[in-house]
Write a protein that binds this ligand. Structure first.
Ligand code: COA
Length: 265
C-alpha cells in the first residue's frame, strides 16, 4: 500500500493485479482540494508505471458518507480566474488519464458523488453505487459550471436533454434514478458494495485483458470521434487482439469445449 496525505493506493486487495485508489478524508467528504489533486497525480504516476501488471483499478472514497463531494469549495472561493484555469485544467487532465487507462476502472460509489466527484466517476468505466448514494452536478448553485469534464461526459452518457435538465438545475438524484438514466451501471444495498465490486472484478479478471482494454478504447472512440475514425480504431484494436496468445487460447478453448485460461499475453 502507498499512503499519500489525502488518499491511499492499495495494490493487494483483493489481488495484486488490482489496485484500489481510496480518497481518505471522510471528514471533508473526500472533497478534491489542491492537496488531493497533487496526491492523485502522484498516485496516477504509480498506476501508469505499473500498468503492465495491472488488470483493474477500483476508485472509491473512505467513510460511509461520500465517494467524493466535489471540488473543494473553500479553496475555489478564493481563486482568481487564472488560478481556476490551472486547477480545473489539472483536474480535467487527471480524469482524462483515468479514462485512458487500458484496464477497466470501477467507481465504487458509497455516498455523495457530487460535482467533481461525479465527474471523476464519469471518467471511470463501470459505476456501481449503493442505494443511499446521491449524484449530481450542482455547480450552477455555486455560480459555476461543471468543469472537470462534466458538461462533456454527462452529455455523452445521458444525451443533451437530460444533461441540460441535470446541469442547468443542479439537481441531485438518488442512485436508483441515476441507474434509470444510465449514469450508474448497478445499484446495490448499502452493505453490498464491496461484494458487488469483487463480483464485477471476478467477471472481468477471467477475461482476456488485451481484449478488454481494446474494447474500452474502441467504445470511448464512439463518443469522441466520427464514425469512420471510430471504425478504424475498432479495427486496429481487433487486429491487435489477433497478435495475442489469449485470442488463440480463447478460440481454441471454444473449439475444444473447455474454459479458456488467459494470461494477458
Ligand atoms: N468542498 C469543501 N468542503 C466540503 C465539500 C466541498 N465540495 N463538501 C463537503 N465539505 C465539507 C463541509 O464543509 C463540512 O466541513 P466542516 O465539517 O468543516 O463544516 C464537511 O465536509 C461535511 O459536510 P456537511 O455539509 O456538514 O455534511 P452534510 O451531510 O450536511 O451535507 C453535502 C453533505 C454533500 C450535501 C454537502 O456537504 C454539500 O452540498 N457539499 C457540496 C457539494 C457540491 O456542491 N459539490 C460541487 C462542488 S464544485
Amino acid at each position: 500500500m502507498v499512503k499519500f496525505e489525502t488518499l491511499e493506493l492499495i495494490f493487494d486487495s483483493p489481488r495484486e493485479d488490482v489496485a484500489t485508489l481510496r480518497f481518505n478524508q471522510p471528514e471533508l467528504l473526500n472533497a478534491l482540494s489542491k492537496a488531493v489533486v497533487k496526491d492523485l497525480q502522484a498516485a496516477l504516476d504509480q498506476i501508469e508505471s505499473s500498468a503492465s501488471l495491472l488488470r483493474a483499478l477500483v476508485i472509491t472514497g473512505s467513510g460511509d458518507r461520500a465517494f467524493v463531494a466535489g471540488a473543494d469549495i473553500t479553496e475555489m472561493v478564493k481563486m482568481t480566474p487564472s488560478e481556476a484555469r490551472s486547477y480545473l485544467r489539472r483536474l480535467q487532465q487527471l480524469f482524462n488519464r483515468i479514462e485512458r487507462l487500458r484496464v477497466p476502472v470501477i467507481a465504487a460509489i458509497n455516498g455523495y458523488a457530487l460535482g467533481g466527484g461525479l465527474e471523476l466517476a464519469l471518467a471511470c468505466d463501470i459505476r456501481i453505487a449503493t442505494e443511499k448514494s446521491v449524484v449530481g452536478l450542482p455547480e450552477v448553485s455555486l455560480g459555476l459550471i461543471p468543469s472537470a469534464g462534466g458538461t462533456q461526459r454527462l452529455t455523452r452518457i445521458v444525451g443533451e436533454s437530460m444533461a441540460k435538465l441535470m446541469i442547468l438545475t443542479g439537481e441531485r438524484i438518488n442512485a436508483t434514478i441515476a441507474y434509470e438514466r444510465g449514469i450508474i451501471a448497478k445499484v446495490v444495498k448499502d452493505d453490498q458494495l464491496d461484494a458487488a465490486v469483487d463480483s464485477m472484478l471476478n467477471s472481468l479478471l477471467k477475461l482476456a485483458p488485451v481484449a478488454i482494454g481494446g474494447a474500452k478504447i474502441a467504445i470511448q472512440a464512439a463518443l469522441n470521434v466520427p464514425m469512420t475514425s471510430g471504425l478504424e480504431i475498432e479495427l486496429n484494436e481487433a487486429v491487435n487482439c489477433f497478435g495475442t496468445k489469449d485470442l488463440r487460447e480463447g478460440m481454441t478453448a471454444f473449439i475444444e469445449k473447455r474454459k479458456a485460461k488467459f494470461t494477458g499475453n
